[in-house]
Ligand binder design. Structure first.
Ligand code: HEM
Length: 510
């Protein structure tokens, strides 16, 4: 026993001694190699890729994406590195490119090579890979786009929900007036958010909620927690070794949330199933859930897929609309002359003996320009929310992009670029009286809904809602700043929000 352990010890020494002696040189070699890789343009993840001609970009690791002003930090980096066409950077082992120019943005958004989205751990845990926004490009995703384009986002369906939209807008206006009377000032955020949530719930489940109690309160909490979990920057997405540690507790929170969401949404689906068994005709109010329940066998979704699809609609359709309207109202309070011009237009088209309706919107070009100008300066998704993923090797301009690279478009930088817009930082909706610019994805100087195959499918519904509610809010009330004025500071979470909720005064106009 003693003999064999001596032999083993000797063998071990023979095995390790030369290596131990070589350790300092191995460590030195590794250190030099790491330093060289670290200083490679675009950083470590690009140095490890098969790309041979470097794309300009900062070395090391960019931390901007974890901060509240990623769109601004990336814009500054791209300018200083002279990489507005395309800039490479790394976060952990993830390779990124970001475009801050319309030409390369068009190439990325319209190329079939970028038809997928990178999957965040939180989105996967929340089952969003089975919903439209994160589903891989393919038959399942195509089917969801087709069904929702026909039954949820078609012009006919949007028009059919006009009355509900108008009721909710009216209710919102009244609650803001009541709050003004009670407090001498109004904070608009909560009313807009709950209005937008009810509007989506009406579209998806044909049902409105009373918030602040019971089911309504539960829904409010689920949506709030969802935004927080999805909006949080997760280091585990970029450092695979961190994944099993879940250092920020994001996986744990996602799993807790998805369980509650499943129970909540499933009970709403069951309500519809039961009503359909009793009387099919009584449920035909066009709710999207009924469309999904009616799908033919080969297209039918499993219950868990249906929950994912419906939950995503609630999620996507709520904060974009509410946040955009809060920015618009902030601009209206700040630019009194623009507010007066919009109100003069409303008075000429509608007068004060009736309320605005959807059919008035085409006759209110200045009101539409206000929405465009706010989308230009404060796009809810400044980095177009959820990025794209290169599914195969591809070139953007003269740059080679290997498969697996995450591609982003900095729409905020593009729409504030003096090369694309005169006086870009000035709020001036009149610029669209001189030049009619489409915001639906064909003109990449201003594409707040994205472009190409994965362009926002809810853009017409979102715009119809924002236009009508803005018309209602400006028609009924005059909006005035409080003494402290308006603070336009931003904070990028899942969407680009006002850092401090807008507080102002509102007085009836007639
Ligand atoms: C002001 C309102 C809105 C804005 C600014 C907005 C913006 C966006 C953007 C930038 C994208 C990514 C596009 C791309 O990758 O090219 C997107 C995707 C999406 N949006 Fe919207 N959106 C709005 C309203 C809505 C509404 C009301 C809904 C539904 C009720 C909705 C549902 C979706 C979905 C499902 C996707 C994913 C599409 C896919 O990947 O195929 N959005 N949106």
């Amino acid at each position: 026993m003693g003999f064999s352990s001596a032999v083993n010890l000797d063998a071990l020494c023979l095995l390790f001694l030369p290596k131990a002696a070589a350790l300092p040189s191995i460590a030195a070699f590794l250190l030099v190699a790491l330093t060289v890789l670290w200083f490679y343009p675009g950083g470590l993840a690009w140095a490890l890729s098969k790309s041979t001609l470097p794309i300009p970009g900062p070395p090391g690791m960019v931390l901007a994406l974890s901060g509240p002003a990623a769109h601004r930090d990336l814009a500054t980096l791209a300018e200083t590195r002279k990489a507005t066409d395309l800039m490479a950077f790394s976060v952990g082992l993830t390779r990124f490119v970001v475009s801050s120019r319309p030409d390369t943005a068009r190439e990325i958004l319209n190329s079939s090579a970028f038809a997928d989205r990178p999957m965040k751990e939180s989105a996967h845990e929340l089952l969003f890979h089975r919903a439209m926004g994160f589903a891989p490009f393919g038959e399942y995703w195509r089917n969801l786009r087709r069904v929702s384009a026909t039954y949820m986002f078609s012009p006919k369906r949007i028009a059919a929900f006009g009355e509900h939209r108008s009721d909710i807008g009216q209710q919102m206006t009244e609650s803001l007036m009541a709050s003004m009377e009670k407090n001498g000032a109004v904070e608009v955020r909560k009313a807009l958010h709950l209005g937008a949530l009810n509007n989506v719930m009406m579209n998806v489940f044909g049902k409105r909620f009373d918030f602040g109690k019971g089911e309504g309160m539960e829904l409010e909490e689920l949506v709030k927690e969802g935004y927080e979990v999805l909006g949080e920057f997760n280091w585990s997405d970029h450092f695979p070794l961190l994944r099993w540690l879940d250092p920020q507790g994001i996986r744990k929170r996602s799993r807790r949330l998805v369980y509650k969401v499943n129970v909540f949404v499933e009970s709403l689906i069951d309500e519809h199933r039961k009503r359909r068994q009793v009387n099919r005709d009584s449920v035909d109010n066009g709710a999207f859930v009924d469309v999904l329940l009616d799908l033919e066998k080969e297209e039918r979704l499993s219950d868990s897929d249906m929950i994912a699809v419906l939950w995503e609609m609630i999620f996507r359709g709520t904060d974009t609309v509410a946040i955009l309207l809060e920015w618009i109202m902030a601009r209206m309070v700040l630019h009194q002359e623009m507010q007066s011009k919009a109100q003069a237009e409303l008075d000429a088209v509608i007068g004060n003996s009736r309320l605005p309706t959807d059919t008035d919107i085409p006759n209110l070009p200045f009101l539409q320009s206000i929405v465009k100008e706010t989308l230009r300066l404060h796009p809810p998704g400044p980095l177009l929310s959820w990025a794209r993923l290169a599914v195969h090797d591809v070139n953007v301009g003269s740059h080679f992009i290997p498969a697996g690279t995450t591609a982003m478009v900095n729409m905020w930088a593009i729409s504030r670029d003096v090369r694309n817009w005169e006086n870009p930082d000035e709020f001036d909706p009149r610029r669209f009286e001189e030049e009619d610019v489409s915001i639906l994805g064909s003109d990449l100087r201003l594409a707040p809904f994205g472009s190409g195959r994965r362009v926002c499918p809810g853009k017409a519904l979102g715009l119809a809602t924002v236009h009508l509610w803005l018309a209602q809010l400006l028609h009924k009330l005059r909006w005035i700043p409080v003494e402290e004025g308006v603070d336009l500071s931003e904070c990028l979470k899942m969407s680009l929000e006002m850092k401090h909720p807008l507080v102002c005064k509102a007085f009836p106009r007639y």
